[in-house]
Design a protein around this ligand. Structure first.
Ligand SMILES: [Zn+2]
Length: 253
């Protein structure tokens, strides 16, 4: 049989697989620049998606304050509008606010205009409350599209994915989540001794204080897992950094 009769479907499948990889893989630069690690092994960036969430975020703020940790929150615009005081408190406590779209769609299936509106509406909601536009963006479900990079550039935002996403949106016991977060400590053990050479990078951990489908989603297991790990990570020598701190130090270096 003529091999070209076979090749086109195979090539198409290959192209589709490449596109899927580029759309969702956290380190893929196919659809524009993306940050998936911090700039040093000793720096751990805690990031929280899908909030603000009145049932969880206030407890999370107390927990972070107890451990003197600042984090980056990727907020959903429709929830920002419903919880303005909570968003103001996040900013007042020194946390960094990022954009996670207005309604949390899968951007791979959104055209350029819809993508622009999703980003702009979330930015507007945040800016009205804290007088600053988000500089960081996290794509819902991790999915990107061929036009997202240009649109982010026009909005002055940078894509942030993660090095570890333990899957805390699932309803699982805290012990399950604690186990899934072990790689942070394992990476610290392996990489901190090499950190003096400056040739290492640190983790960006993606957790969820909210549920993108509704307000007041249950994320108690996320709080419990953090109760367990925050003091242990600190004892290992990890420093908790926001996305702004990574950028500032990268610019100063
Ligand atoms: Zn999300």
């Amino acid at each position: 049989m003529n091999p070209w009769l076979i090749a086109p479907p195979a090539l198409l499948a290959g192209a589709a697989a490449m596109t899927a990889y580029g759309a969702v893989h956290p380190r893929s630069h196919l659809f524009g620049p993306v940050i998936s690690h911090t700039d040093a092994a000793g720096k751990l960036a805690l990031t929280f998606d899908d909030g603000p969430n009145p049932a969880i975020t206030p407890k999370l703020l107390e927990l972070l304050a107890r451990h003197n940790a600042h984090a980056t929150f990727f907020l959903v615009g429709k929830f920002v509008r419903q919880c303005p005081d909570l968003v103001k408190e996040l900013a007042a406590r020194g946390h960094v606010l990022g954009n996670h779209t207005e309604t949390h769609p899968n951007l791979f299936f959104c055209g350029p205009q819809e993508t622009r509106e999703e980003l702009q509406r979330c930015t507007d909601a945040v800016e009205q409350l804290v007088w600053a536009k988000p500089r960081w963006f996290r794509p819902p479900f991790g999915f990107r599209s061929p036009w997202l990079g240009d649109i982010l550039h026009q909005h002055g935002m940078t894509n942030v994915t993660w090095s570890l996403i333990p899957g805390d949106w699932r309803s699982k016991p805290a012990d399950w989540l604690i186990e899934r977060m072990k790689p942070i400590a394992a990476n610290a053990h392996a990489n901190l001794p090499k950190a003096k050479s400056g040739a290492t990078s640190g983790d960006i951990l993606c957790l969820h204080d909210g549920d993108h489908t509704r307000l007041n989603g249950d994320r108690e297991h996320t709080l419990k897992a953090l109760e367990f790990w925050l003091p242990r990570w600190r004892d290992l020598g990890l420093e908790f950094v926001t996305m702004d701190e990574i950028m500032r130090k990268a610019v100063e270096a």
